[in-house]
Design a binder for this molecule. Structure first.
Ligand code: KMT
Ligand code: NI
Length: 180
C-alpha cells in the first residue's frame, strides 16, 4: 500500500492526485493517525485474515465488488456516496482481493488528505471517527472483503458541524492526542 499526500487539484477523482514531486506519507504518520494495515498474499489469505479477525473481534464479513457489473443500477449513487467525506462510529475494515482504488483519510490536525493506494493483499483498518472517503481508480474495479465487529454501526455520517462533536470523533481526536 502506497501512502502520499493528495494534491487537491481539481479533476477526476480516479486519477492518482500525487504531488510532483510526490510527498510520501510514512508508516509513523499512519501509526500516529491510528490507520492500521497489513499485507497478506491473496493466495491462501484466509488463515492470516481469520487470525487478525479473531484478535480484533471482527465476527462478520461479506464481499463487495465495486464496479458497474458488481453494483448494477446503484453504481453511480454508491460512487458518489463513497467519495463524500464522512466518518463512522466503528472501524472500516477492508481486505482487497482484486482490482485497486484509493482511500483518502484526513490527517489531524493539518486537515490534509492522505491518499492510500490499495491493491490486492492490502488489509486496511480505518479507525472510528476519522474523516475519510473512497474512490475507484482508472481501472474502475475493486473487490474487497468487508469485516465487521459485533454490531456494525458504520453508517456514513457526512462531515458537518454535527460530526465535529460526535463522541466517536471527539474520542478519536483524543486518542491521537489532538484537541478538537
Ligand atoms: C466503503 O464503505 O467506502 C467501501 O466499501 C468502499 C469500497 S471497498 C474497497
Ligand atoms: Ni467509510
Amino acid at each position: 500500500m502506497r501512502a502520499y499526500y493528495y494534491d487537491n487539484l481539481p479533476g477526476d477523482q480516479r486519477l492518482p492526485h500525487d504531488y510532483v514531486p510526490s510527498r510520501p506519507v510514512s508508516k509513523e504518520t499512519l501509526d500516529r493517525l491510528n490507520v492500521k494495515y497489513w499485507t497478506i498474499p491473496v493466495e491462501g489469505y484466509e488463515t492470516r485474515v481469520d487470525e487478525i479477525a479473531k484478535e480484533r473481534g471482527y465476527k462478520n464479513r461479506d464481499m463487495i465488488n465495486v464496479s458497474k457489473e458488481g453494483l448494477g443500477e446503484i453504481y453511480e449513487d454508491k460512487i458518489k456516496t463513497f467519495f463524500q467525506e464522512h466518518m463512522h462510529e466503528d472501524e472500516e475494515i477492508r481486505y482487497i482481493l482484486s482490482g485497486s482504488g484509493f482511500f483518502d483519510v484526513r490527517e489531524s490536525p493539518s486537515d490534509e488528505w492522505i491518499r492510500l493506494a490499495v491493491e490486492p493483499g492490502d488489509l486496511v483498518v480505518i479507525p472510528a471517527g476519522i474523516y475519510h472517503r473512497f474512490t475507484l481508480d482508472e481501472k474502475n474495479q475493486i473487490k474487497a472483503l468487508r469485516l465487521f465487529q459485533d454490531e456494525p454501526k458504520w453508517v456514513p455520517h457526512n462531515r458537518s458541524s454535527e460530526t465535529d462533536v460526535n463522541p466517536h470523533r471527539v474520542e478519536y481526536l483524543k486518542s491521537i492526542g489532538v484537541s478538537a
